[in-house]
Design a protein. Structure first.
Ligand code: UDP
Length: 236
């Protein structure tokens, strides 16, 4: 499968059309952004690592009954995926308080939450991706269907159970993560975007060392080492 035309360039990936209708190629970039792209950087090799990690995790989710846009990995930096219309909601699932949750509500960093908290953020860079609730989604015209919103929440919780158990077996704590869903050509809602250390937080089970994009956000150094370590653990 060949790239025909670049359709879209996002912060972490480029999307290309292919010879086949409704089948795209996603290329994972080395660019890193944080704080709504106010902080920018680049880490050579990060695209490859995220491509491999994300492909592995999409395959794991598919094996466990989650429908995703993932078709197959093409090479080091490219995957083949189904074309979807992205639903402009960032679905965040959290097991442990940190980041914006701790800041917003004063919940101590590292507190284990009593259950998996699912939140919606409106995917709009100009507004800084604000936190929204179900009624905001309806007023914004994102969806008129409460059932669709309930489906997003239940998928996020199912995905959390699958990933949390898997990462636990690799001595990693899945702290929180962000998902994006889209509608395929038949109108089915499927998981899209990526699942990688750019969109998830992983802490080492024994030391709580951060092994994700927080190393870039917080200038902790060894960004590539952390992503390599996540890949090494998941494939061994
Ligand atoms: N996240 C993401 N993209 C965003 C915002 C958040 O992938 O634009 C992920 C982030 O990596 C973390 C989770 O969503 O795993 C929750 O992030 P949080 O709301 O705490 O935001 P932050 O502290 O990054 O501002």
């Amino acid at each position: 499968m060949k790239k025909i035309k670049m359709l879209y360039e996002g912060k972490g990936k480029k999307l290309y059309s292919t010879e086949e209708t409704s089948v795209l190629i996603a290329e994972f970039k080395d660019d890193l952004t944080a704080f709504n792209a106010q902080k920018k950087g680049k880490e050579i090799g990060k695209g490859e690592l995220n491509c491999k990690i994300s492909s592995f995790l999409f395959e794991l989710l598919e094996k466990n009954g989650i429908s995703t846009h993932y078709i197959q990995r093409l090479d080091e930096q490219n995957i083949l995926c189904k074309e979807v219309k992205i639903i402009p909601i960032e679905v965040v699932a959290r097991n442990v308080a940190t980041g914006s949750l701790s800041k917003r509500l004063g919940i101590k960093e590292g507190s284990v939450l009593p259950f998996c908290l699912v939140e919606f953020y409106y995917k709009d860079d100009a507004l800084g991706d604000p936190l929204i609730n179900d009624e905001h989604c309806r007023i914004l015209g994102i969806t008129n269907s409460q059932e669709e919103l309930e489906f997003l929440k239940s998928q996020a919780k199912k995905i959390n159970l699958i990933l949390k158990d898997f990462f636990d077996s690799k001595d990693l704590k899945l702290i929180d993560f962000k998902l994006e869903f889209g509608k395929d050509t038949k109108g089915n809602i499927i998981l899209a975007d990526e699942v990688s250390p750019d969109s998830c937080r992983f802490w080492d089970k024994n030391t709580n060392e951060k092994l994700d994009k927080d190393r870039f956000r917080q200038d902790l150094g060894d960004v590539k080492f952390a992503y390599e370590e996540v890949l090494r653990r998941i494939i061994t």
